[in-house]
Design a protein around this ligand. Structure first.
Ligand code: PLP
Length: 475
């Protein structure tokens, strides 16, 4: 059959409240033009993130009832540990309430002020957790990563020459670990090839540096390897995932993505001594190390989700539906990061709205317009999300809008609705204006910053200097 269908049936439905354009206009004002501050009930299609938004399966709901809520040594922990060990292969497994807790605990032990952590691309929480400790997060993607229209089968790869150059420049003693984010979320949900993983591992081995994965979307990455890399077509996604992790010393994981769970994560390592330190710190902030901030039922749901996400019929359908969205809008002229990613489509807002300068946040403007048009919530991944550097050095940044597809939530007609809305916004793109920030927090400003539209009569030069002041106050 040519038609690839959702390989699941719907058992429970959740109504969507429809809104009018006038209502959405008022919701936007109430939310200070920050889509994170909208009430979810006022969103028609929520593509803000694929994180924690999955629909759980009948098996996962059943597993909740098996949850053992013992404070210590819960049966659910041992089941969870067994599944994680089976897929990821690491000796030590510590549950965490979500991915960023794993990052904070790992970095608190391994890094200090002045440390440098290279990554293909640091996710925002990864960068923020490192910078909070006074360490530096360095992005080393391949050059194609910064060219949205360029096709590359493994655009998430790390630039291995740049990695080796950095190690020689700063000295291996300043680099406590090297990280690879699979898939590379910040720039298109693009995969990392097995060849690249091996090459990064070889460099780490040469300089005696531990290699860690940010493993959030490991199953999608493994499926891309199966589809695109020679020698992997006949291997199962699980076997490919195991090979990926065999090159690593540990990982951080947000089970809210490829764990198909609504909450949870874990931290893994092969280093027993490090694991002991991590467990001690886990007790301080997360809880006893057999629950790590999660309920026993959460551990059960993750254990089932990690197995379900490896189902290749499911991954085939997921990739097909995301590609469908990407192909329909890009054929009509909407510039997207090519090729479509594993969990999302990323629109190149700079290319779509070239009349909006970076300092007026074209990605934010586009995301707002999509909500205004049809109640669709997306996520800016550009100068609002990224640190001050991206305002100072616009050429190195991209202004993207991510349409992340929650797992098993929306059907094809929902996707058709998104396509129609995007094309309507695209048609009137020249009339869309920019935004400026009126207040922002010190870290991770995209979650809570407040915006105002730039009105035509505003003096752009004064806005530019306002932006510079913000950058300075941020540093
Ligand atoms: C690549 C990547 N790393 C880390 C995280 C952080 O995970 P969590 O939201 O569970 O803290 C995310 C979340 O979106 C992510 O996409």
């Amino acid at each position: 059959m040519k038609t690839i269908i959702e390989p699941f049936r719907v058992k429970v439905v959740e109504p969507i409240k429809m809104t009018t354009r006038a209502e959405r206009e008022s919701h936007l004002k109430d939310a200070a033009y920050n889509l994170f501050l909208l009430k979810a009930d006022n969103v028609i299609i929520d593509l803000l993130t694929d994180s924690g938004t999955a629909a759980m399966s009948a098996e996962q709901w059943s597993a909740l009832m098996r949850g053992d809520e013992s404070y210590a040594g819960s049966r659910s922990f041992y089941r969870f540990e067994e599944v994680v060990r089976d897929i990821f292969g690491f000796k030590q497994v510590i549950p965490m309430h979500q991915g960023r807790a794993a990052e904070r605990i790992l970095f608190s032990i391994m890094c200090k002020r002045g440390s440098i952590v290279p990554n293909n691309t640091n996710f925002d929480t990864t960068r923020a957790n490192l910078e909070y400790l006074g360490a530096e997060a360095v992005d080393l993607p391949i050059p194609e990563f910064y060219q949205p229209a360029v096709n590359h089968p493994f655009k998430g790869n790390m630039d291995t020459e740049a990695l080796e150059r950095l190690i020689k420049e700063v000295g291996p003693e300043r680099i406590p670990l090297v990280m690879l984010t699979v898939t590379n979320n910040s720039g298109g949900g693009q995969p990392v090839s097995m060849a690249n993983i091996r090459a990064v591992k070889a460099i780490c081995y040469r300089y005696d540096l531990p290699l860690y994965f940010d493993a959030c979307r490991f199953a999608e990455n493994a499926y891309f390897i199966k589809l695109r890399e020679a020698g992997y077509a006949d291997m199962s996604v699980k076997e490919i995932a195991r090979e990926m992790f065999s090159y690593a010393d540990g990982c951080t994981m947000s089970a809210k993505k490829d764990g198909l769970a609504n909450i949870g994560g874990f931290l893994c390592t092969n280093d027993d001594q490090l694991a002991q330190q991590e467990r001690d710190l886990t007790i301080l902030s997360e809880g006893f190390p057999t629950y790590g901030g999660l309920a026993g039922r959460d551990l059960e749901a993750i254990a089932v989700g990690l197995e379900e996400v490896l189902d290749e019929d499911y991954l085939q359908y997921r990739f097909a539906s995301i590609r469908y969205l990407g192909e329909h809008i890009s054929l009509a002229g909407v510039p997207i990061v090519q090729p479509p990613g594993g969990h999302a489509i990323y629109i190149d807002a700079c290319a779509m709205l070239p009349h909006i300068p970076t300092f007026q946040f074209p990605g934010q403007a586009l995301a707002i317009e999509l909500y205004r048009e049809a109640g669709i919530r997306s996520c800016e991944i550009g100068s609002v999300m990224h640190s001050k550097k991206n305002n100072e050095e616009p050429p190195s940044s991209m202004e993207l809008v991510r349409l992340a597809i929650p797992h098993r939530v929306y059907t094809q007609s929902h996707i058709d609705y998104v396509i129609e809305a995007l094309l309507r916004v695209y048609e009137r793109r020249e009339s869309i204006g920019g935004y400026y920030i009126v207040s922002q927090p010190k870290f991770l400003r995209h979650f809570t910053a407040c915006f105002e539209p730039v009105h035509a009569q505003k003096d752009l030069e004064s806005l530019r200097s306002f932006d510079r002041e913000l950058v300075l106050s941020h540093s």
